[in-house]
Design a protein around this ligand. Structure first.
Ligand code: SAM
Length: 232
């Protein structure tokens, strides 16, 4: 579905790059995918219906490409009044996030196994107060750059679905991807970069805990860039 609830024409559908499954799921993970995922999964069309959560959330946040879900679970635990939607195509990651939801007894998480661009296109206007894009796949080869989740179309979609005053938080350990993302958001008249000091882009957000990919990057000696874009 596209903006306004229209179906996305086949020709405009984005190819999903990267792995959609890895190691065979363990029995417990298979059970979670079979039993818990259907209850928690939110389809693009459901986004437009009221009552996506069993309570009235104070805000709705989206995490794009949550990996194994550590950050999503941490945010959901720390902010029980917020509704968290996580979108991730990798089945093993979805299974890990489901285990986290069950372990922590969270009632404020909904998941989508699939492409975040499609989810963003389907979301109502001004739906999200915050969107996280943390360590997206870098696609470093020039000819693969167009596979990056941050694209002109994504920025345009986020400008529509993020509320005025809401923010997009982006982190990467790939300097070229930081520059790529800055250029796209700064090229949009609907976002401003919330950096008041030069050092801000090396400073994580308050109460930040490194994600799995951040930990991996830092072990390998790569520094991180943290960018916050505020929707005007
Ligand atoms: C490098 S991992 C980072 C995972 C996690 N955010 C972290 O920091 O540990 C990038 C993640 O983005 C997911 N991803 C790739 N394409 C995506 C898409 N189109 N929509 C949503 N997630 C996507 C991948 O499956 C992968 O789990």
């Amino acid at each position: 579905m596209a903006a306004g609830g229209q179906a996305v024409p086949e020709s405009r559908r984005r190819t999903l790059y990267g792995r959609s499954r890895g190691k065979t799921l363990r029995t417990g993970q298979e059970r979670l995918v079979a039993e818990a995922l259907p209850k928690l999964e939110i389809g693009p069309e459901e986004l437009r219906r009221p009552g996506n959560f069993a309570f009235e959330p104070s805000a709705i946040w989206l995490e794009i490409g949550f990996g194994a879900g550590e950050h999503l679970i941490q945010q959901a635990k720390a902010n029980p009044e917020v509704g968290l939607i996580g979108c991730e195509p990798f089945l093993n990651g979805v299974a890990a996030a489901l285990a986290g939801v069950e372990r922590e007894g969270l009632a404020n998480v909904r998941l989508r196994r699939g492409d975040a661009q499609a989810l963003v296109e389907a979301a109502p206007d001004a739906f999200f107060s915050r969107v996280f894009i943390l360590y997206p796949d870098p696609w470093p080869k020039r000819r693969h750059n167009k596979r990056r989740i941050v694209s002109d179309a994504m920025v345009e979609g986020l400008a529509r679905v993020v509320k005025s005053g809401g923010e997009v938080r982006f982190a990467t350990d790939i300097d070229d991807y930081a520059g790529w993302t800055l250029r796209r958001f700064l090229g949009s008249s609907r976002f401003r970069w919330a950096a008041s000091r030069a050092a801000d882009w090396r400073t994580p957000w308050p109460e930040w805990r490194p994600t799995r990919y951040e930990a991996k990057a830092h072990r390998a000696g790569r520094a991180s860039v943290y960018l916050t874009f505020v929707r005007l």
